[in-house]
Design a protein around this ligand. Structure first.
Ligand code: EPU
Length: 423
Protein backbone atom coordinates (compact mmCIF):
# COMPACT_ATOMS: atom_id res chain seq x y z
CA UNK A 1 0.00 0.00 0.00
CA UNK A 2 1.27 3.46 -0.88
CA UNK A 3 1.44 6.28 1.63
CA UNK A 4 2.71 9.83 1.56
CA UNK A 5 5.33 10.86 4.08
CA UNK A 6 5.19 14.57 4.72
CA UNK A 7 7.72 16.31 6.94
CA UNK A 8 6.43 19.68 8.07
CA UNK A 9 8.29 22.95 8.26
CA UNK A 10 9.35 23.94 4.74
CA UNK A 11 7.75 26.98 3.14
CA UNK A 12 6.52 26.34 -0.40
CA UNK A 13 8.28 28.59 -2.89
CA UNK A 14 8.25 28.64 -6.67
CA UNK A 15 5.88 28.05 -9.55
CA UNK A 16 3.33 25.41 -10.45
CA UNK A 17 1.44 25.03 -13.70
CA UNK A 18 -2.13 23.82 -13.70
CA UNK A 19 -3.66 21.32 -16.07
CA UNK A 20 -7.37 20.92 -16.80
CA UNK A 21 -10.09 20.48 -14.20
CA UNK A 22 -10.99 16.94 -13.19
CA UNK A 23 -14.59 18.00 -12.76
CA UNK A 24 -14.71 19.31 -16.28
CA UNK A 25 -12.68 16.83 -18.30
CA UNK A 26 -14.73 13.80 -17.15
CA UNK A 27 -17.91 15.44 -18.47
CA UNK A 28 -16.20 16.60 -21.67
CA UNK A 29 -15.18 13.00 -22.26
CA UNK A 30 -18.78 11.86 -21.75
CA UNK A 31 -20.02 14.61 -24.09
CA UNK A 32 -17.94 13.23 -26.96
CA UNK A 33 -20.47 10.35 -27.01
CA UNK A 34 -22.96 12.80 -28.53
CA UNK A 35 -21.21 12.81 -31.93
CA UNK A 36 -19.82 9.88 -33.91
CA UNK A 37 -16.26 10.47 -35.09
CA UNK A 38 -13.00 11.60 -33.54
CA UNK A 39 -12.87 14.34 -30.90
CA UNK A 40 -9.74 15.67 -29.21
CA UNK A 41 -9.61 17.08 -25.70
CA UNK A 42 -6.49 18.95 -24.60
CA UNK A 43 -5.15 20.23 -21.25
CA UNK A 44 -6.11 16.85 -19.77
CA UNK A 45 -4.85 16.12 -16.24
CA UNK A 46 -2.93 12.89 -15.74
CA UNK A 47 -5.15 11.52 -12.96
CA UNK A 48 -6.75 8.22 -12.12
CA UNK A 49 -10.32 9.40 -12.79
CA UNK A 50 -9.45 10.19 -16.41
CA UNK A 51 -8.20 6.62 -16.80
CA UNK A 52 -11.41 5.25 -15.31
CA UNK A 53 -13.56 7.37 -17.64
CA UNK A 54 -11.37 6.32 -20.60
CA UNK A 55 -11.97 2.69 -19.65
CA UNK A 56 -15.71 3.31 -19.44
CA UNK A 57 -15.75 4.89 -22.91
CA UNK A 58 -13.76 1.94 -24.30
CA UNK A 59 -16.33 -0.46 -22.88
CA UNK A 60 -19.00 1.56 -24.67
CA UNK A 61 -17.14 0.87 -27.92
CA UNK A 62 -15.03 4.04 -28.23
CA UNK A 63 -11.32 4.12 -29.02
CA UNK A 64 -9.50 6.30 -26.51
CA UNK A 65 -5.86 7.33 -26.78
CA UNK A 66 -4.36 9.31 -23.89
CA UNK A 67 -1.11 11.03 -24.76
CA UNK A 68 0.21 12.06 -21.37
CA UNK A 69 3.19 14.19 -22.56
CA UNK A 70 0.91 16.38 -24.68
CA UNK A 71 -1.95 16.21 -22.13
CA UNK A 72 -4.41 15.21 -24.83
CA UNK A 73 -7.11 12.62 -25.32
CA UNK A 74 -8.25 11.42 -28.72
CA UNK A 75 -11.65 9.73 -28.55
CA UNK A 76 -13.25 8.00 -31.52
CA UNK A 77 -16.95 7.36 -30.98
CA UNK A 78 -18.69 4.71 -33.12
CA UNK A 79 -21.99 5.23 -34.94
CA UNK A 80 -23.75 3.08 -32.37
CA UNK A 81 -22.00 2.90 -28.96
CA UNK A 82 -23.06 0.39 -26.34
CA UNK A 83 -25.37 1.84 -23.65
CA UNK A 84 -24.38 0.10 -20.42
CA UNK A 85 -22.08 1.54 -17.73
CA UNK A 86 -21.16 -1.31 -15.40
CA UNK A 87 -21.02 -1.20 -11.63
CA UNK A 88 -17.34 -2.11 -11.44
CA UNK A 89 -16.43 1.24 -13.01
CA UNK A 90 -19.23 3.36 -11.56
CA UNK A 91 -18.35 2.25 -8.04
CA UNK A 92 -14.76 3.38 -8.61
CA UNK A 93 -15.90 6.79 -9.81
CA UNK A 94 -19.40 8.10 -9.29
CA UNK A 95 -18.88 10.73 -12.02
CA UNK A 96 -19.38 7.83 -14.47
CA UNK A 97 -23.06 8.67 -14.13
CA UNK A 98 -22.45 11.58 -16.52
CA UNK A 99 -22.78 9.17 -19.49
CA UNK A 100 -26.50 8.86 -18.68
CA UNK A 101 -27.65 12.00 -20.51
CA UNK A 102 -25.58 11.54 -23.70
CA UNK A 103 -26.47 7.84 -24.03
CA UNK A 104 -30.22 8.19 -23.58
CA UNK A 105 -30.52 11.18 -25.88
CA UNK A 106 -28.41 9.68 -28.64
CA UNK A 107 -29.36 5.99 -28.42
CA UNK A 108 -32.75 6.07 -26.71
CA UNK A 109 -31.39 3.84 -23.94
CA UNK A 110 -28.91 4.01 -21.07
CA UNK A 111 -28.27 1.44 -18.35
CA UNK A 112 -26.05 3.03 -15.75
CA UNK A 113 -25.15 1.43 -12.43
CA UNK A 114 -26.36 3.44 -9.45
CA UNK A 115 -23.29 4.97 -7.82
CA UNK A 116 -24.69 5.11 -4.29
CA UNK A 117 -23.43 7.54 -1.67
CA UNK A 118 -19.82 8.02 -0.73
CA UNK A 119 -17.57 9.36 1.99
CA UNK A 120 -18.78 12.94 1.58
CA UNK A 121 -22.53 12.38 1.52
CA UNK A 122 -25.62 10.65 0.21
CA UNK A 123 -25.47 12.28 -3.25
CA UNK A 124 -28.91 11.76 -4.76
CA UNK A 125 -29.75 11.62 -8.47
CA UNK A 126 -33.39 12.67 -8.19
CA UNK A 127 -32.92 15.91 -10.14
CA UNK A 128 -31.19 14.07 -13.02
CA UNK A 129 -34.06 11.57 -13.12
CA UNK A 130 -36.90 14.12 -12.79
CA UNK A 131 -35.43 16.23 -15.57
CA UNK A 132 -35.02 13.29 -17.95
CA UNK A 133 -38.59 12.20 -17.21
CA UNK A 134 -39.86 15.67 -18.07
CA UNK A 135 -38.08 15.26 -21.38
CA UNK A 136 -40.01 12.08 -22.04
CA UNK A 137 -37.60 9.38 -20.87
CA UNK A 138 -38.89 6.43 -18.87
CA UNK A 139 -36.51 6.02 -15.99
CA UNK A 140 -36.65 3.02 -13.67
CA UNK A 141 -34.22 1.35 -11.35
CA UNK A 142 -33.64 -2.41 -11.39
CA UNK A 143 -31.01 -4.60 -9.79
CA UNK A 144 -28.84 -1.60 -8.92
CA UNK A 145 -29.04 -0.01 -12.37
CA UNK A 146 -30.81 3.10 -13.60
CA UNK A 147 -32.54 2.24 -16.84
CA UNK A 148 -33.46 5.23 -18.99
CA UNK A 149 -35.33 4.75 -22.23
CA UNK A 150 -37.05 6.83 -24.81
CA UNK A 151 -38.98 5.90 -27.90
CA UNK A 152 -37.63 8.26 -30.51
CA UNK A 153 -35.98 11.51 -29.51
CA UNK A 154 -36.37 13.11 -26.11
CA UNK A 155 -38.57 16.17 -26.20
CA UNK A 156 -37.66 19.63 -24.95
CA UNK A 157 -39.17 20.59 -21.58
CA UNK A 158 -39.07 23.17 -18.80
CA UNK A 159 -37.08 21.99 -15.83
CA UNK A 160 -36.66 23.87 -12.57
CA UNK A 161 -33.90 22.42 -10.39
CA UNK A 162 -34.50 22.45 -6.62
CA UNK A 163 -30.80 23.17 -6.17
CA UNK A 164 -28.24 24.30 -8.76
CA UNK A 165 -26.73 20.84 -9.02
CA UNK A 166 -23.62 20.60 -11.17
CA UNK A 167 -24.26 16.99 -12.18
CA UNK A 168 -27.98 17.43 -12.91
CA UNK A 169 -27.32 20.55 -15.00
CA UNK A 170 -24.75 18.62 -17.03
CA UNK A 171 -26.98 15.58 -17.52
CA UNK A 172 -29.88 17.71 -18.68
CA UNK A 173 -27.87 19.98 -20.98
CA UNK A 174 -26.29 16.94 -22.63
CA UNK A 175 -29.73 15.34 -23.01
CA UNK A 176 -31.29 18.55 -24.35
CA UNK A 177 -28.80 19.23 -27.15
CA UNK A 178 -30.20 16.35 -29.24
CA UNK A 179 -33.81 16.52 -27.99
CA UNK A 180 -36.70 17.62 -30.15
CA UNK A 181 -37.52 21.28 -29.39
CA UNK A 182 -36.58 23.71 -26.64
CA UNK A 183 -35.48 22.86 -23.11
CA UNK A 184 -35.24 25.52 -20.42
CA UNK A 185 -33.24 24.63 -17.32
CA UNK A 186 -33.91 27.06 -14.49
CA UNK A 187 -31.80 27.37 -11.36
CA UNK A 188 -28.98 25.77 -13.36
CA UNK A 189 -25.46 25.54 -11.94
CA UNK A 190 -23.04 28.27 -13.08
CA UNK A 191 -19.67 26.68 -12.29
CA UNK A 192 -16.79 27.36 -14.74
CA UNK A 193 -16.96 23.63 -15.54
CA UNK A 194 -20.58 24.10 -16.70
CA UNK A 195 -19.47 26.95 -18.95
CA UNK A 196 -16.70 24.70 -20.26
CA UNK A 197 -19.01 21.87 -21.28
CA UNK A 198 -21.58 24.26 -22.77
CA UNK A 199 -18.82 25.90 -24.81
CA UNK A 200 -17.67 22.53 -26.08
CA UNK A 201 -21.23 21.54 -26.96
CA UNK A 202 -21.68 24.83 -28.84
CA UNK A 203 -18.50 24.07 -30.79
CA UNK A 204 -20.06 20.70 -31.66
CA UNK A 205 -23.07 22.50 -33.11
CA UNK A 206 -25.43 22.70 -30.11
CA UNK A 207 -27.72 25.70 -29.66
CA UNK A 208 -27.40 26.83 -26.03
CA UNK A 209 -28.29 30.28 -24.68
CA UNK A 210 -27.65 31.76 -21.27
CA UNK A 211 -24.32 30.01 -20.68
CA UNK A 212 -22.92 31.17 -17.33
CA UNK A 213 -26.35 32.24 -16.05
CA UNK A 214 -28.86 30.28 -14.01
CA UNK A 215 -31.25 29.87 -16.96
CA UNK A 216 -30.02 27.71 -19.81
CA UNK A 217 -32.11 27.52 -22.97
CA UNK A 218 -31.25 24.69 -25.31
CA UNK A 219 -32.78 24.11 -28.73
CA UNK A 220 -32.15 20.53 -29.81
CA UNK A 221 -30.43 19.84 -33.14
CA UNK A 222 -30.53 16.70 -35.31
CA UNK A 223 -26.86 15.84 -34.94
CA UNK A 224 -23.61 17.13 -33.49
CA UNK A 225 -20.05 17.07 -34.86
CA UNK A 226 -16.82 15.92 -33.24
CA UNK A 227 -14.70 18.67 -31.75
CA UNK A 228 -11.31 19.78 -30.51
CA UNK A 229 -11.55 21.45 -27.12
CA UNK A 230 -9.20 22.62 -24.35
CA UNK A 231 -10.24 21.82 -20.77
CA UNK A 232 -10.68 24.75 -18.38
CA UNK A 233 -7.87 24.89 -15.75
CA UNK A 234 -8.53 23.27 -12.38
CA UNK A 235 -9.63 26.01 -9.98
CA UNK A 236 -9.70 23.60 -7.03
CA UNK A 237 -6.11 22.52 -7.56
CA UNK A 238 -5.26 26.23 -7.90
CA UNK A 239 -7.00 26.99 -4.60
CA UNK A 240 -5.20 24.09 -2.93
CA UNK A 241 -1.81 25.54 -3.93
CA UNK A 242 -2.90 28.98 -2.75
CA UNK A 243 -3.93 27.67 0.67
CA UNK A 244 -0.69 25.68 0.92
CA UNK A 245 1.35 28.81 0.20
CA UNK A 246 -0.42 30.71 2.97
CA UNK A 247 -0.21 27.88 5.52
CA UNK A 248 3.52 27.32 4.98
CA UNK A 249 4.25 31.07 4.85
CA UNK A 250 5.56 30.61 1.34
CA UNK A 251 5.41 32.31 -2.04
CA UNK A 252 3.78 30.36 -4.87
CA UNK A 253 2.93 31.44 -8.41
CA UNK A 254 0.19 29.40 -10.06
CA UNK A 255 0.35 29.52 -13.87
CA UNK A 256 -2.31 28.61 -16.44
CA UNK A 257 -4.96 29.52 -13.86
CA UNK A 258 -8.03 31.72 -14.11
CA UNK A 259 -7.89 33.82 -10.93
CA UNK A 260 -11.45 35.03 -11.56
CA UNK A 261 -12.72 31.47 -11.05
CA UNK A 262 -11.33 31.61 -7.53
CA UNK A 263 -12.29 35.13 -6.48
CA UNK A 264 -13.85 34.35 -3.10
CA UNK A 265 -11.14 31.89 -2.07
CA UNK A 266 -8.39 34.38 -2.96
CA UNK A 267 -10.25 37.13 -1.09
CA UNK A 268 -10.47 34.87 1.95
CA UNK A 269 -6.71 34.33 1.77
CA UNK A 270 -6.20 38.10 1.57
CA UNK A 271 -8.34 38.37 4.73
CA UNK A 272 -5.94 35.89 6.35
CA UNK A 273 -3.15 38.38 5.62
CA UNK A 274 -1.75 36.99 2.37
CA UNK A 275 -0.53 39.11 -0.56
CA UNK A 276 -2.33 38.14 -3.75
CA UNK A 277 -1.19 39.32 -7.18
CA UNK A 278 -3.39 38.51 -10.12
CA UNK A 279 -1.25 37.84 -13.21
CA UNK A 280 -2.28 37.59 -16.87
CA UNK A 281 -1.95 33.78 -16.76
CA UNK A 282 -2.64 33.06 -13.09
CA UNK A 283 -1.80 34.50 -9.70
CA UNK A 284 0.87 34.70 -7.01
CA UNK A 285 0.22 34.16 -3.31
CA UNK A 286 2.76 35.02 -0.63
CA UNK A 287 2.61 35.10 3.14
CA UNK A 288 5.18 36.10 5.73
CA UNK A 289 3.39 35.46 9.01
CA UNK A 290 0.87 33.24 10.77
CA UNK A 291 -2.48 33.54 8.98
CA UNK A 292 -5.54 35.08 10.65
CA UNK A 293 -8.48 32.71 10.86
CA UNK A 294 -11.27 33.23 8.35
CA UNK A 295 -14.94 32.16 8.25
CA UNK A 296 -16.11 30.08 5.28
CA UNK A 297 -19.58 29.27 3.93
CA UNK A 298 -19.69 26.77 1.06
CA UNK A 299 -22.22 27.49 -1.68
CA UNK A 300 -22.71 26.75 -5.37
CA UNK A 301 -20.57 28.90 -7.66
CA UNK A 302 -19.85 31.81 -7.43
CA UNK A 303 -19.91 31.00 -3.69
CA UNK A 304 -16.99 29.43 -1.84
CA UNK A 305 -16.39 25.92 -3.26
CA UNK A 306 -17.06 22.91 -1.07
CA UNK A 307 -14.07 21.27 -2.74
CA UNK A 308 -11.78 23.74 -0.93
CA UNK A 309 -13.48 23.40 2.45
CA UNK A 310 -11.12 20.75 3.92
CA UNK A 311 -8.04 22.72 2.80
CA UNK A 312 -9.40 25.86 4.48
CA UNK A 313 -10.24 23.95 7.66
CA UNK A 314 -6.61 22.82 7.67
CA UNK A 315 -5.56 26.45 7.23
CA UNK A 316 -7.80 27.61 10.06
CA UNK A 317 -6.41 24.84 12.27
CA UNK A 318 -3.07 26.68 12.41
CA UNK A 319 -4.43 30.24 12.11
CA UNK A 320 -4.57 32.91 14.77
CA UNK A 321 -8.12 32.98 16.14
CA UNK A 322 -11.30 30.95 15.69
CA UNK A 323 -13.31 30.41 12.52
CA UNK A 324 -16.79 29.18 11.76
CA UNK A 325 -16.96 26.95 8.68
CA UNK A 326 -20.39 26.15 7.23
CA UNK A 327 -20.80 23.28 4.76
CA UNK A 328 -23.97 23.51 2.68
CA UNK A 329 -23.39 20.86 0.01
CA UNK A 330 -22.13 17.57 1.41
CA UNK A 331 -23.32 16.53 4.84
CA UNK A 332 -20.46 14.14 5.54
CA UNK A 333 -17.60 16.31 4.39
CA UNK A 334 -16.67 17.13 7.99
CA UNK A 335 -15.79 13.49 8.64
CA UNK A 336 -12.21 14.27 7.83
CA UNK A 337 -11.83 16.53 10.87
CA UNK A 338 -11.46 13.41 13.00
CA UNK A 339 -8.27 12.72 11.07
CA UNK A 340 -7.16 16.32 11.36
CA UNK A 341 -7.68 16.02 15.10
CA UNK A 342 -5.00 13.30 15.08
CA UNK A 343 -2.58 16.08 14.14
CA UNK A 344 -3.76 18.12 17.11
CA UNK A 345 -6.33 20.32 15.35
CA UNK A 346 -9.08 21.75 17.54
CA UNK A 347 -12.28 21.41 15.48
CA UNK A 348 -15.76 20.99 16.90
CA UNK A 349 -18.59 20.15 14.49
CA UNK A 350 -22.32 20.55 14.96
CA UNK A 351 -24.50 19.65 11.97
CA UNK A 352 -23.23 21.62 9.05
CA UNK A 353 -21.08 23.97 11.12
CA UNK A 354 -17.52 23.49 12.29
CA UNK A 355 -15.80 25.70 14.82
CA UNK A 356 -12.06 25.70 14.24
CA UNK A 357 -9.84 27.12 16.97
CA UNK A 358 -6.40 27.79 15.58
CA UNK A 359 -3.36 26.25 17.25
CA UNK A 360 0.13 27.63 16.90
CA UNK A 361 1.40 24.21 15.80
CA UNK A 362 0.22 20.75 14.81
CA UNK A 363 2.09 17.53 15.54
CA UNK A 364 2.68 14.81 12.95
CA UNK A 365 0.75 11.54 13.08
CA UNK A 366 -0.53 8.81 10.76
CA UNK A 367 -3.80 9.90 9.13
CA UNK A 368 -6.19 8.49 6.55
CA UNK A 369 -7.53 10.36 3.52
CA UNK A 370 -11.17 9.44 2.95
CA UNK A 371 -11.77 11.47 -0.22
CA UNK A 372 -9.80 13.62 -2.62
CA UNK A 373 -10.16 16.93 -0.86
CA UNK A 374 -9.81 15.47 2.62
CA UNK A 375 -6.54 14.00 1.35
CA UNK A 376 -5.40 17.41 0.13
CA UNK A 377 -6.37 19.00 3.46
CA UNK A 378 -4.39 16.40 5.40
CA UNK A 379 -1.30 16.84 3.23
CA UNK A 380 -1.49 20.61 3.76
CA UNK A 381 -1.75 20.08 7.50
CA UNK A 382 1.22 17.70 7.31
CA UNK A 383 3.26 20.45 5.61
CA UNK A 384 3.04 22.57 8.76
CA UNK A 385 2.99 19.85 11.44
CA UNK A 386 6.05 19.13 13.55
CA UNK A 387 7.57 15.81 12.49
CA UNK A 388 6.64 13.27 9.80
CA UNK A 389 2.97 12.76 8.93
CA UNK A 390 2.02 9.56 7.11
CA UNK A 391 -1.03 9.97 4.89
CA UNK A 392 -2.86 6.73 4.03
CA UNK A 393 -5.47 6.52 1.28
CA UNK A 394 -3.18 8.10 -1.34
CA UNK A 395 -5.37 6.64 -4.08
CA UNK A 396 -7.96 9.30 -3.28
CA UNK A 397 -5.44 12.09 -3.88
CA UNK A 398 -4.29 10.47 -7.14
CA UNK A 399 -7.87 10.65 -8.40
CA UNK A 400 -7.77 14.44 -8.51
CA UNK A 401 -4.26 15.88 -8.24
CA UNK A 402 -1.95 15.34 -11.21
CA UNK A 403 1.73 15.09 -10.25
CA UNK A 404 1.01 16.28 -6.71
CA UNK A 405 4.16 14.91 -5.09
CA UNK A 406 6.63 16.08 -7.80
CA UNK A 407 5.01 19.55 -7.69
CA UNK A 408 5.28 19.67 -3.90
CA UNK A 409 8.92 18.62 -4.10
CA UNK A 410 9.64 21.25 -6.73
CA UNK A 411 8.20 23.85 -4.35
CA UNK A 412 10.55 22.72 -1.61
CA UNK A 413 8.33 20.43 0.45
CA UNK A 414 9.83 17.42 2.19
CA UNK A 415 7.43 14.79 0.88
CA UNK A 416 7.73 11.36 -0.70
CA UNK A 417 5.72 8.33 -1.62
CA UNK A 418 6.48 5.17 0.28
CA UNK A 419 5.18 1.62 0.23
CA UNK A 420 4.09 0.01 3.47
CA UNK A 421 2.57 -3.37 4.18
CA UNK A 422 -1.22 -3.37 4.59
CA UNK A 423 -2.38 -2.46 8.09
N1 EPU B 1 -28.11 16.44 -5.21
C1 EPU B 1 -29.32 15.84 -4.99
N2 EPU B 1 -29.98 15.31 -6.06
C2 EPU B 1 -29.48 15.35 -7.33
C3 EPU B 1 -28.24 15.96 -7.54
C4 EPU B 1 -27.57 16.52 -6.45
O1 EPU B 1 -29.81 15.78 -3.89
O2 EPU B 1 -30.14 14.86 -8.25
C5 EPU B 1 -27.42 17.05 -4.06
C6 EPU B 1 -26.12 16.33 -3.72
O3 EPU B 1 -26.33 15.21 -2.90
C7 EPU B 1 -25.35 17.43 -3.04
C8 EPU B 1 -25.78 18.70 -3.79
O4 EPU B 1 -27.02 18.36 -4.40
O5 EPU B 1 -25.73 17.53 -1.72
C9 EPU B 1 -24.81 19.18 -4.81
O6 EPU B 1 -24.49 18.17 -5.73
P1 EPU B 1 -24.03 18.45 -7.21
O7 EPU B 1 -24.91 17.68 -8.12
O8 EPU B 1 -23.88 19.91 -7.46
O9 EPU B 1 -22.58 17.80 -7.20
P2 EPU B 1 -21.99 16.68 -8.14
O10 EPU B 1 -22.28 17.02 -9.55
O11 EPU B 1 -22.36 15.35 -7.63
C10 EPU B 1 -19.74 17.93 -8.53
C11 EPU B 1 -18.29 17.60 -8.33
C12 EPU B 1 -17.97 17.60 -6.85
C13 EPU B 1 -18.30 18.98 -6.28
C14 EPU B 1 -19.78 19.31 -6.55
C15 EPU B 1 -20.17 20.70 -6.10
C16 EPU B 1 -17.78 16.19 -10.18
C17 EPU B 1 -17.37 14.87 -10.67
N3 EPU B 1 -17.98 16.31 -8.89
O12 EPU B 1 -20.46 16.88 -7.88
O13 EPU B 1 -16.57 17.39 -6.75
O14 EPU B 1 -18.06 19.00 -4.90
O15 EPU B 1 -20.02 19.21 -7.97
O16 EPU B 1 -19.38 21.65 -6.69
O17 EPU B 1 -17.91 17.14 -10.94
C18 EPU B 1 -14.58 16.64 -5.75
O18 EPU B 1 -14.01 16.95 -6.82
O19 EPU B 1 -13.94 16.33 -4.72
C19 EPU B 1 -16.03 16.63 -5.72
C20 EPU B 1 -16.73 16.02 -4.78
Amino acid sequence: MEVLRVVGGSPLRGEVRLTGAKNSVLKLMAATLLAPGTSTITNVPDILDVEIMAELLRRLGCEVGHDVPSSSLVITVPERPDHRADYDLVRRMRASVCVLGPLVTRLGAADVALPGGDNIGSRGLDMHIDGLRRMGAQVTSEHGYLLAQSEGRLTGASVWLDFPSVGATETLVMAAVLADGETVIDNAAREPEIIDICTMLQQMGAAIDGVGTSTLTVVGVDALNPVQHETVPDRIVAGTWAAAAVMTRGDVTVRNAHAEHLSIALEKLATCGADIDVLPDGFRVSMDRRPQSVDIVTLPYPGFPTDLQPQFIALNAIADGAALVTENLFEARFRFVQELARLGADVRTDGHHALVRGRSCLSAAPVEATDIRAGAGLVLAGLVAEGETTVYGVGHIDRGYAGFVPSLEALGADVRRDVVSDR
